[in-house]
Design a protein around this ligand. Structure first.
Ligand code: SF4
Length: 203
């Protein structure tokens, strides 16, 4: 196992997150499907990582209820966002995890940040090795200058970062980074399971 991943696991555990490590995304998917009961409802945040694992399709194929605004679940986008807020299980990725075991996410809408804090039996945060950062400052630089430009390009947003590939701290109506959540420690009313995968996943 990657030394950085092991160090990150220890740091997260010190902050009272439950952590599991995996060599491949296939192993992580298998563990997730074993962890989550068929009759538990599963809400999703916007996350390339969880789609690279194939989690929504696998859940739907076995008959689990999925609340997602990316997949065709028969729900409108507002319905899917709302139901995901109170699903039994919530799953998303992290924009970055620091060497101090802090989990950082930035949102444009706020659904993912709100869902990460409270309201589920379990929250799963799945992150590839590319999401590991050193300090909080390094993590923010990575998010603003790597993750955000890739996301704005993918979403075809009219933001400066989509055009130039780095953050210009814009006032664009299309801005995707309106709020930042740093989980310094496990939130008191929420259980978290972090899956660290020794592969590059998402942005
Ligand atoms: S503030 Fe604007 S330019 Fe900077 S990352 Fe966010 S959307 Fe892109």
């Amino acid at each position: 196992m990657n030394e950085r991943l092991e160090a990150c696991k220890k740091a997260l555990e010190k902050n009272h997150f439950t952590v599991r490590t995996f060599e491949t995304k296939e192993e992580a998917l298998e563990a997730f499907l074993a962890d989550v009961a068929v009759d538990e409802t599963v809400g999703f945040g916007g996350s390339i990582t969880t789609r690279e694992l194939g989690i929504p399709e696998a859940l739907m194929a076995r008959g689990s209820a999925v609340y997602s605004h990316w997949e065709n679940t028969g729900l409108t986008k507002p319905e899917a966002l709302f139901k995901a807020m109170t699903s039994d299980v919530y799953v998303c990725s992290a924009n970055a995890i620091t060497s101090a075991g802090e989990i950082i996410n930035i949102d444009g809408t706020g659904n993912r940040l709100a869902a990460l804090c409270y309201g589920h039996k379990r929250v799963y945060i799945i992150a590839g090795v590319n999401k590991l950062a050193g300090s909080t400052e390094e993590a923010m630089l990575r998010i603003k200058n790597v993750a955000c430009p890739m996301n704005t390009q993918r979403l075809k947003k009219a933001t400066p970062c989509a055009a130039v590939g780095h953050c210009m701290n814009c006032d664009s109506p299309d801005r995707i980074c309106n709020g930042t959540l740093i989980l310094n420690r496990k939130m008191g009313g929420q259980e978290y399971i972090v899956y660290l995968v020794n592969e590059k996943l998402g942005y």
